[in-house]
Write a protein that binds this ligand. Sequence first.
Ligand SMILES: [Fe+2]
Length: 242
Amino acid sequence: MEIATLVNFKEKFHTPPPIWFKSIKEEAYKRISEAPFTEVCKQADIEGMKILDQNLWPFIELFPRLVQRGYLKLLKPKLFFRHGFFNMISLVYQSVVFLFSIKSDEKIHSRLWVDAGVALGLQYPEDFKNPPTPQTRSWIEEVSNKSDPTEMFFAFTSIEIIAESASHYLLGFQKFKEALGEKGIGWFTVHTIDHGDISHENLELRLAFAFDDSSDESTQTKARRIILGIVDKFLAAANAGI
Ligand SMILES: [Fe+2]
């Protein structure tokens, strides 16, 4: 039983993302590229872009800590019971290593977000102290309330998809790039680098699948519900005040 579970777990962890995952990413990209906030960026509306930078900041500032704290959601007796003690030790160990490295990268990314704001004319730290808007608070809540490991890793995957989609799309517009300049564009360029198999998205996705033991809902339905649900919360936060 234990060996069978372990093989099953390892298989899940090493299996590449299923075909249907691509359609979720495509849907996320479509929703983001058609959102009102992108117009502000494409037109290089500096005042609108400043509001966008400030409105999204509370999430971006908090995200590295949300990722770091993620391991706490893995330390539940029922998970050790469900997946087997030795599987869980190995799974928690791998997760902690990934989560801490992702947290460090996201900390660097949050500084790049500040650089974008400063390039637009904001002052740090005084212009980055606004309390979160209701929409940004709701986006934070949607990501942080995932107590099940699979749901949590899908939530983190969603953030990677949002960052990558928005960056890929907006970097296609010259006015946008010129508005940010070389010093302000870093957050967007860093999210278009293809890290392939070891990307955050891929690692988070593999952990989501490894922990999954869906019985009430298929993995595909769960992934779609969580990832696109968070994309919609992000869009509400990004479109607020535009
Ligand atoms: Fe990032």
